[in-house]
Design a protein around this ligand. Sequence first.
Ligand SMILES: *Cc1c(COP(=O)(O)O)cnc(C)c1O
Length: 747
Amino acid sequence: MSQAEETTPRTPGIPASVMPASSNGRLAPPRLHELSPQNLYDKCMALARNLWWSWHPEVNNLFRELDPVRFRQLGHNPIALLAEFTPERLEARAAELVLYSRINQAYRRLKEYLAAESTWSHVHAGVLGSKPVVYFSAEFGIHESVPVYSGGLGVLAGDHIKSASGLGIPLVAVGLFYKQGYFRQQLDVDGYQHQEYLHSRVESLPIDRAVDVEGNPVVVQVDTRSGPILAQVWRMSVGRVNLYLLDSDVEGNTPEDRELTSRLYGGDTRVRIRQELVLGIGGVKAIRAMGITPGVYHLNEGHSAFATLEAIRGRMDRDGYSYDEAVRRVARQTVFTTHTPVPAGHDRFDGGLVEEHLGPMRDALGISHDHLMSLGRVETHNHDEPFCMTVLALKLSRRANAVSALHGHVSRRMWNSLWPAREEEEVPIGHITNGVHVPSWLSWQMLQLYDRIFPSGWFRRMGEPDVWQKIYDVDSGELWETHYALKNLLLQFVRRRLARQCRRRGECDEAVEQARTVLDPNILTIGFARRFATYKRADLVLSDIDRLLAMISDPDRPIQIIFAGKAHPADEPGKELIRKIANLRHDERTSGRIVFVEDYDINVCRHLIQGVDVWLNNPRRPLEASGTSGQKVVLNGGLNCSILDGWWAEAFDGRNGFAIGRGETHAQDEITDQRDAAALYDVLEKEVIPLFYDRDSDGLPREWIRMMKNSISSLAWRFSAHRMVMDYARACYVPAAGGVSCDMANR
Ligand SMILES: *Cc1c(COP(=O)(O)O)cnc(C)c1O
């Protein structure tokens, strides 16, 4: 195995700003020797313990260079890496690599970052002051080394809090600590998915116990009719943001309850309501114990909606408000973001489960079982209707939003019955389209290119359009070469992963050797990676296999496709889809040009979105609320080819990528699927492939590069998490905290 495999794309150099003094031709500063081994070690550990390092390539590189092979083997976890060094050995290694001034500089930058006062928020969201936004989410995807996420919702939450940190928004985040995280995926020889759960070691994670105002470790208790559930609280630093993770694995809980928060989306509805109880009610109690007074509650999806009930109880207790008044006040402070465009996707609980788990809460609120149930019902007096978390969130928040313009329409239609007196357009659910955290997803190579051409300080203004217009000043040949280098890194990564997969399955040497050489950087490379939910139709491109094979084996203009993605453990149709695609490698006719990379996670995603030519997305419209992976592709020069759904429905302008179809759907899914498949083949054959292979005398695809630039200039700022969080701040946080309202989702 080579050393470069599976790391984030290798960096050929070090950014000038963090060059060691000696490599600039100047002498190394004499002060270096004052740094004792322990001092050096402590600084490295301080860097490793704030996830700020993960979106700063120069710090990431520091850790990697200490031991590239181990860093990769340890899943890019710098704490686990440092644990293998003594201070003395670290010092020796740092001396060998001349790392002192880079470590010092990184440490100083972190300190400056944490201390900075002149942030965007300082000017635009001052009202939040000492009363922060409390952001609840059932999962957070921050880095592959912290496995408390499963997919898109978590990564969005991670990107949200990173941008909140960057913009200086006073925000604390609340989630659950999943000791076993989400599963690791392995396919067997037949292509069938197997799940493996790993136990995280707390010592190797950047977390410590949260303490209350008196300095004691926080333990919260949530009462139910069948006994209390206890949870301890871990604190994780994500730049300037504290993320608090509740963990039910504590003494005093029953053995089952100790397992409650061990896995994401693992259990039945009883486990689910208990997890949500810990997240929502436990979360508000934990925040209170730490002496934090929330200015705003932001519920990222309905899982955490019980938080509102605990907040209401708190206002009644502490401020002496009546129930009705407390409800009004909490709702005014609460922002709800819905992510699910299908009714079946929302958590629902029957009356028995609700009474068992919220009985003590309703006693404290002084409300009847019926009244409590009505808060989670569309038809308040329909005793057969279960309790829906989304309904609770909608009723107890003054501001609610969907995550793309199209999803806004879908959500207003879906929930119109909650506001029967209103027309569909007047249903008070707005939209704020999702975006991605640029520093986390932009490759180091593209960053270098942008840094040279973009206005200085552009990194703080990446949510603004004019910054990105400069992409037209970038030399086309250079842009293409940078993309080509990234594509090569992706192919190296994929080959090594495939070889490893073959070895693990005990396949013959020949197969391993073949895996090492598959794929060709000169061939149009399409990526498709996402959860294998059936509505995402991973097999749409296989609908007419002969037509696909003709494209794949075209002698002059072939294509190759890289697939990745997990199916939920209980989703047999999803697993079947994976099997079907993974097994295409045995089909001679594909010439090894369709591959499946196992265990899709943030790391695999980063490689894919940085290296593909085209990112394929073909969900059944309008079921993709937003999607964000395609936004990550934009930053790195890849082009989107997508159904007009989610963010793409508002992003596509005819010159910044490719649309599959025109956004029509049919009442019958089979007909929609047939039409979309035909449209997909058409756009590939008539637009994507010809444009990619149309080269000038220098071998450059001029029109393709033009489209890359159009994509970057029109989309990168708009679909950045900085823009998204600024929208939340202006339209939701500031008014919810009592500042001047610029209404958008206000009721
Ligand atoms: C960005 C990301 C997603 C979200 O992508 P979609 O476009 O919603 O499919 C999912 N999983 C991982 C690991 C990601 O990094």
